[in-house]
Ligand binder design. Structure first.
Ligand SMILES: C[S@@+](CC[C@H](N)C(=O)[O-])C[C@H]1O[C@@H](n2cnc3c(N)ncnc32)[C@H](O)[C@@H]1O
Length: 351
């Protein structure tokens, strides 16, 4: 399966949409605000470009889509005011796969321009860019800053080699890497990640201007998806032919690919834990309301995987699937808080 044809988050602004259920991702972007500010400030003050280009890769559609754009605009405007320099023209590209709800973003631009009231001082242009970030997106050496969050765990395809000559998929009990997956299956995912991430780095290196930078966050969905498999929420035959095209690498695996490629210096690399409940802002390990919390978790996961599940299993199972999934999560939360690890990297282009 080519992920590029099938993948998108739930569009629009309804109850189950990604726009309504992306607080988890928003918290991670806000957590890394200082890293983004640092990178943008350094790029602007070092290069002093008259025309500046920034891009958010895998922007989706919702409040987070324009969050990074507003941070970039505000940091550059502040630097210009502080130094008395003439502001650059800033182009901000919003990239995602073609099935993304770009129209929802475009409809919110009028509101955005009122909110980020800098256009007269710093002329900025927001542009939609459909296409896969595993391929070429920009002309060589034209981009100053790339940002990407909660995206790079999506692989461009189901790892090659999982499919037999008859078309059946190996490791049929798991829709993703599970406890029972043989090591050769785990290695196929790992290899797919290494190849696709190397490609991602290669293209971004070509597209960045000398001195350009990249910041990205890597959210891990592994545990939640694994729970869905263990609870047997879907038909066996359908399940056997379904794989989530995702891989959650460790910090070391990401670093190894970056270092092997030799195209970027790692400016910052750190990780933090985040609760799967987007509305849980506490740092302790207690779950006060496991039912409420599990409903929050289920909505968040549903907004991300619903389109890909519906495409394979049909829309009929989706409400039942997620109501059962929420119950399973509630039971799981009785044992303690469910957290995932977010990896954050700031990379500087070499050469
Ligand atoms: C969980 S959303 C994250 C959205 C946003 N960055 C945020 O933090 O809220 C992941 C997004 O990555 C996009 N995506 C996945 N693979 C992609 C690819 N190869 N090229 C472009 N976008 C991709 C998906 O369509 C989806 O919109």
């Amino acid at each position: 399966m080519r992920v590029e044809e099938a993948l998108c988050m739930v569009g629009g602004a309804g109850e189950t949409s990604y726009a309504t259920n992306s607080r988890l991702q928003e918290k991670a972007i806000l957590e890394t605000k200082t890293i983004i500010e640092e990178a943008i400030g350094a790029i602007y003050m070092t290069l002093l470009p008259e025309r500046m280009v920034a891009a958010d890769l895998g922007c989706s559609s919702g409040p987070n889509t324009l969050l990074v754009a507003s941070e970039v605009i505000q940091v550059v405007a502040e630097q210009c005011r502080r130094t008395g320099r003439r502001p650059p023209d800033l182009q901000f590209f919003l990239n995602d796969l073609p099935a993304n709800d770009f129209n929802n973003i475009f409809r919110s631009l009028e509101w955005f321009e009122k909110k980020v009231d800098e256009k007269k001082f710093l002329p900025y242009y927001i542009v939609g860019l459909p296409g896969s970030f595993y391929g070429r997106l920009f002309p060589p050496q034209t981009v100053h800053f790339f940002h990407s969050s909660y995206c790079l765990m999506w692989l461009p395809q189901i790892p090659e080699g999982l499919e037999s000559k008859t078309g059946a998929l190996s490791d049929e009990r798991n829709i993703y890497i599970g406890e029972t997956s043989p090591s050769w299956v785990v290695n196929l995912y790992k290899e797919e990640f290494k190849n696709s991430f190397s490609n991602f780095l290669k293209f971004r290196h070509e597209e960045l201007v000398p001195g350009g930078q990249m910041v990205y966050l890597w959210g891990l969905l592994q545990e939640a998806l694994h729970d869905m498999v263990l609870e047997g929420l879907v038909e066996r035959e359908k399940l056997c032919s379904f794989k989530i095209p995702m891989y959650a690498p460790t910090m070391e695996e990401v670093k190894a690919v970056i270092q092997k490629g030799g195209l970027f210096d790692i400016g910052r690399a750190h990780s933090f834990e985040s609760s799967w409940d987007p509305f849980d802002d506490s740092s302790d390990d207690f779950v006060l309301d496991n039912l409420g919390s599990s409903a929050n978790v289920a909505k968040c996961i549903r907004a991300v995987v619903e389109p890909i599940i519906c495409r394979h299993f049909g829309e009929g199972i989706i409400d039942e699937l997620f109501s059962r999934y929420a119950k399973n999560v509630a039971r799981h939360l009785l044992k303690g808080k469910a957290k995932h690890l977010v990896l954050v990297f700031a990379l500087k282009k070499r050469g």
